[in-house]
Design a protein around this ligand. Sequence first.
Ligand code: GDP
Ligand code: IMO
Ligand code: MG
Length: 421
Amino acid sequence: MTVTVVVGTQWGDEAKGKLVDILAKDYDYVVRFNGGDNAGHTIKYGDQSFGLHLIPSGIFYPEKVKVIGNGVVINPETLMTEIKTVEDAGFSLDKLLISDSAHIILPWHKMLDAIEDEKNAIGTTKRGIGPTFSDKANRATAIRVCDLFNGKLREKLEKIAKLKEKALFAHGKDVNFNVDELATSLEQFSEKIKPFVTDTRFVLNKAIDKNILLEGAQGALLDVDHGTYPYVTSSNTTSGSASTGSGIPPNKITNIIGVTKAYTTRVGEGPFPTELMDEVGEKLRQQGHEFGTTTGRPRRCGWLDLVVLKYTSMINGLDELAITKLDVLTGFEEIKVCVAYEINGQTTEEFPSDITLLEQAKPVYKTFKGWNMSKEDWIKASETKQLPEEVKTYLNFIADQLNVKIKLISFGPERNETMLY
Ligand code: GDP
Ligand code: IMO
Ligand code: MG
């Protein structure tokens, strides 16, 4: 029995999807436990490629059970499109399960997200994530999957729509929601997802002696409690949320794997101490194709930050690391790693919780000799299990500093562009 959690250790897009696809072959269940369609997880296998937003990254294995857990917020349109895309490509979703406790993103959530983000400048994905999680905490104004089936949907929607019209009016938007139309479209949605909906907490706990893989969305620094608040998403993204977002108790989790990109990226606003605004950052963006899976925005790029990783390794309780996109670091004369911050003349290795301090942080770098490795060199290295000294020095430094062993490294988006370390 193995219950493994996969989480991002930076600001998201660490290649969690690729890792989950690789690991999934040894698991019976693959579970998404947090976030919503703000996430974009890319998986590639042969000539098939998907940018998944809600369905767990186990779709290349039709026989595995895929679970959208209670911690996820569901955008009905995204889910319907995604189910169709995956099935049209020939991958059965007979084994998909959707938690009856997951929350639903509604039209007003998206409208409020867009309006609020204009004022707050978080740079959200405008998918309605923040307003939906706010309603989840607010309780009276939320719709869960089970509400689609309990006969009270229209009544609830009438009440909530009026409140949301008022909220939008306060923002200068005069909107009248057509509740009848909305209810009808949600009823059609509920008919389509009905075969998949269940109390997944019971399903997962009954299957606890099987192998369960829990797939996180976002990264630790986007966690609403532990991230670079307020420049975060509206839910928890660290390993603790694997338990609350799935109903699997913490003491059943057997190992936690952190996915770390060999450098750092971030989408949206907020402090990013090692960000490179020069040609080096541009080279990382171009070589790493760093453009968002969900919004297409160029990702901000910078060197690896060990202050970040020591902190996120601590709060996630990482047992193992997967280092991804190492191939992107080819052709740099020097590669830098941030080992400490200088804040107000003081040197610290502790990640500050107050972003006004983080905004002032000047990275203290350790410089490594770069390397040149083509795709062919990487394939050869993975066959012979021989890596250049420069690459080994870089990786061993990371593992030593974090005191976490590296499980595998990734040198390309394809499933086979991976090697055990
Ligand atoms: P996630 O949100 O953490 O699942 O990551 P994304 O899928 O949003 O972003 C990772 C991107 O890098 C995707 O386009 C992957 O196909 C790609 N990718 C994954 N691993 C590697 C790698 O080792 N090297 C390169 N060059 N690309 C990779
Ligand atoms: P995956 O799972 C990268 C960022 C947004 C924005 C902030 C808040 O693919 O790693 P939100 O729409 O969540 O309210 O936006 O969080 N963000 C992500 N950045 N990868 C993600 O997911 C993200 N999900 C949200 O860009 O800065
Ligand atoms: Mg992503």
